[in-house]
Design a binder for this molecule. Sequence first.
Ligand code: GLC
Length: 479
Amino acid sequence: MTHDARQPTSRSILAAARQRLSRRAAVRGAIGLGIGLAGVGASGSRQRVMADQATPGPVAPGSTIVVPPGLRTDLAGTPLNCQFGYRGPDTAFDDAATRIFAEATGIEAVHTIGDASVTDQLTQILTQLGAQTSDVDVYQIDVIWPGIIAEHAVDLSASLAAQAKLMFPEAIANDTVGGVLVGMPWINGAGLLFYRTDLLEAYGFAAPPATWSELETQAAAVQTGERAAGASDFQGFVWQGNAYEGLTCDALEWQASSGGGSIIEPDGTVSVDNERAAAAMERAARWVGTISPPGVTTYEEPDCLNLFATGNALFMRNWPYAWNASQDVGSAIAGRVGVAALPAGDEPGNHSAAALGGFALMVSRYSQHQDAALEFVKYLTSPELQRSYVIERGNLPTIASVYDDPAVAAASEFVPRLRPIFEGGTVARPSSVAGPFYNDVSVAYQAAVHQILTGSLEASPALKDLAGELETIMADLKG
Ligand code: GLC
């Protein structure tokens, strides 16, 4: 899929969207919130007018979204474009959130959607930022990108200091490069195992697998049984096997959960060439065409979700949002999905490892509407919005206090249960240590793992060569 087909970022398309929004926001925003837009922004020395002067409360039928207090309304009429990445099943929520912001502040916010693969998104964003485009004011950025795109970001550390204090300190540390807060943490991610509760029970398995061996046993038994019963395409386990950033996450989990290290350790040591990592890769290669479809080496997150949500797989590795997405109206498996930590290796001392993922929001240095952009970032990353995002869409908060909200536990039982994973039980990709060269590291790793999975290379020599490549990258970084 090319970006061009799906990225309406040209000025003309944005202008048309803004015009449409402008009419609606002017009418509904002003009436709905009792704010006199005509009086705002008329003078040079504007006074800040806050949206919380209107009565806060859910502002869209059926939506849990509450407008946070303190948003500026003196920027009404400012056009604003936010470029999200792949939002897939969360698009309707994002649409509502953007519309509600526009209505509350009068800022004419629109958003566009990126490619499903964050690897492709990065290429696109670097092209835009390299050209210093002012078409995009706010970017959704991956947790692994701050070191790559810091030079293009507005430093949020002073302007959004109060908001930053609410966030997990680790997330702020991750998004800070050389003292510059590159993005405000927005969504927390961690790899999880999704499974069919009804099928495990039917085949006599009392609990989801604690080890990869158990996963293989359960997947093989259920797959064989379901195929014999007529579901000829039924799959035991689906995961992200295409050569892109998702594979970096999955493969890191396989090796870290087997005591095989985290590719490059935080002190800069390249650790990927080791027997445990090689054994973990060989184990995954065995899944291809046995408990996983032969085509799994082309799968990304949406492919896995489609297969799982249509009832055609027992296990799926995915991110927390897959919970709500598999429970949505019309899902073939609503009420029959369990969520667990990913399995660990079989050796004593092996622990489950969940790749740390997620997103922040960045204000572009080239934006001509930086004040309005800050308001949008403040709004979307606020406790109020993060609460709604986890309740309605299962996207995990980056604010600790939101996890304590009883409505969060009521909406997604696994969030409080698996909280230790989200707070410290994760394994980070080596993006901080590799800084601006992280993408080179990840691409080299994906390529090597993919060749092992497709059978064109043996694991041990492939990891040895990879280690050499990574040493060169890290030497370039130092030099
Ligand atoms: C998810 C994660 C992100 C990761 C990506 C890989 O979107 O939040 O951090 O890079 O998956 O596909």
